[in-house]
Write a protein that binds this ligand. Structure first.
Ligand SMILES: [Zn+2]
Length: 348
């Protein structure tokens, strides 16, 4: 190994050592599907999380269409939370955290902090009282919708326009007020443009977008426009850059394009406002049948996985790329963990 290569390697190790924060991962539904098996978190996830120095991982409760249709929404949501706790308990390497202090404690003892989040409020049905229940169970970040409409709001479509013109329903407004009152961070990922504006107009605290991309490089409503990016910046929020929607073109779905999204957000609203929301999804996609993949492509889009950023073990590739692209150590630390930790400190 050449001297310069060795020093870059050491620099990556040093930058990553405090532990990266990833604000979106579909962990609970996979643990739920594999319930009854051996400790899935330890055997299937820990090696990659360790290889990538992941320190805080947002575990998103998400209810698939088939469970909504079968009227099992609430029980599946609770089942997912149960699996996260049960699996974390079986391992000395994880801790489910509900506050900034608990996150710091977990990190100081070398544990990976799991933060429960909710992607779509379908588990609440239309009962805002259940928000309190999920808060008590540890949910600390909530996005009102996935790509589909629900009782609270509508998701942005995977096209430049076409989502409902309506913003939040009366129920959606109750959920947003409830989140601010309880201390649940509001996540604007997925929501349609009208809902995005509504949430901002009725809140005062920083908001986040846990996993998204800039429409400048992938122009669909599911991503966010320059105007929306500025709105988050004005509020002191943070935007997590998603790895699976960096470009509509497969050939352009590269690590460099991922960093282009980071750079674009930095150019618009500064280095304090960007973080990571990898949304690594290939491990679930691989479990699907051809039919299920075709259905996703027809309903939403065909995901293009970045060859050298496909799972948590690849996080060093991102840090290396940020160095190559001229980011300073201080800037890289903000992107990898500093900005999200600031949000936790302020809001949790
Ligand atoms: Zn998502």
């Amino acid at each position: 190994m050449a001297v310069s290569e060795k020093s870059i390697d050491e620099r990556i190790t040093r930058l990553q050592s405090p532990g990266l924060v990833d604000l979106h991962f579909d962990l609970p539904m996979d643990l739920f599907e594999k319930r009854g098996g051996p400790n899935v978190l330890m055997t299937e996830f820990l090696p990659e999380l360790e290889a990538g120095n992941i320190g805080v991982l947002a575990a998103a409760i998400f209810i698939e269409d088939r469970y909504l249709a079968a009227d099992r929404t609430l029980s599946v949501a609770l089942g997912q939370i149960a699996r996260v706790y049960a699996e974390a308990e079986q391992s000395a390497r994880f801790a489910v955290c509900k506050s900034y202090r608990e996150i710091l404690q977990a990190r100081q003892t070398g544990k990976i902090a799991l933060l429960l989040t909710m992607e779509g409020v379908e588990p609440l049905g239309s009962d805002v009282d259940l928000l309190r229940v999920f808060y008590e169970l540890g949910v600390r970040v909530i996005g009102l919708t996935h790509a589909r409409p629900n009782a609270a709001a509508s998701g942005g479509v995977f096209a430049p326009q076409g989502s409902p013109r309506d913003g939040l329903s009366a129920f959606g407004r109750e959920v947003v007020s409830g989140c601010e009152a309880l201390g649940i961070i509001l996540d604007l990922a997925h929501i349609n443009p009208a809902g995005f504006r509504d949430v901002l107009s009725m809140t005062t605290k920083p908001v986040i977008v846990s996993h998204t991309n800039a429409r400048r490089y992938y122009d669909i409503e599911r991503n966010i426009s320059d105007e929306q990016i500025r709105m988050v910046g004005q509020r002191g929020g943070v935007i997590g850059v998603n790895s699976v929607l960096v470009s509509p073109q497969k050939e352009q779905s590269t690590l460099d394009r991922y960093v282009d999204h980071i750079q674009h957000i930095v150019d618009l609203i500064g280095i304090e406002a960007v973080g990571i929301g990898f949304d690594f999804f290939e491990f679930i996609y691989r479990q699907w049948t051809e039919d299920a993949r075709r259905e996703l492509a027809a309903k939403l889009t065909e995901p293009h996985f970045i060859p050298d950023l496909r799972n948590h073990s690849h996080a060093r590739n991102l840090t290396r790329k940020l160095i190559e692209r001229g980011f300073s150590d201080e800037q890289i630390e903000k992107i990898l963990f500093g900005n999200w930790m600031r949000i936790f400190k302020e809001l949790l």
